[in-house]
Design a protein around this ligand. Structure first.
Ligand SMILES: [Zn+2]
Length: 115
C-alpha cells in the first residue's frame, strides 16, 4: 500500500524538482532583454526583480522539501509524517505531494510559529 503510494507520487515529485530546477537556473542566468527601449520604467524594473528574488527564496524552500520527499520515497517512508509517524492523509498528499507532516502536526507547528 505504502509502496504503491510512493510510486504514484514519485513521478510528480521528480517533475516538480525538474520544474524548479529550470526555474532557478533561469533566475541565475537571466536572458538579456532583447530591446529594452526607452519605455521601461526603472521602478517597475526593480519591483519585478524584488519579486523574482522572493520567488527564488520560495522555490528554493520547496526544492529542498521535494528533495527530502524523494529521499523518503527511496527510504520507503513516503506518506509518513516526520513528526508523529502516522500516515499522512492521501488528499493532503494530492494537494502538496512533498509535505513532510500530517495536517495535525503542520497546524501545531504553525501555531507555535505564531506564538
Ligand atoms: Zn503528524
Amino acid at each position: 500500500m505504502k509502496a504503491v503510494l510512493a510510486e504514484r507520487f514519485r513521478p510528480i515529485l521528480e517533475a516538480k524538482l525538474a520544474e524548479i530546477d529550470r526555474f532557478l537556473t533561469r533566475q541565475e542566468l537571466p536572458e538579456p532583454l532583447a530591446d529594452p527601449g526607452d519605455a521601461i520604467d526603472q521602478s517597475q524594473n526593480s519591483a519585478a526583480s524584488d519579486l523574482a528574488f522572493q520567488s527564488v527564496d520560495l522555490e528554493s524552500g520547496i526544492y529542498r522539501e521535494v528533495q527530502s520527499a524523494l529521499d523518503r520515497v527511496r527510504e520507503g517512508a513516503f506518506g509518513i509524517c516526520v513528526e508523529c509517524e502516522e500516515a499522512i492523509d492521501e488528499h493532503r498528499l494530492e494537494a502538496v505531494p512533498w509535505t513532510p507532516r500530517c495536517r495535525a502536526c503542520q497546524e501545531r507547528l504553525e501555531k507555535q510559529a505564531e506564538a
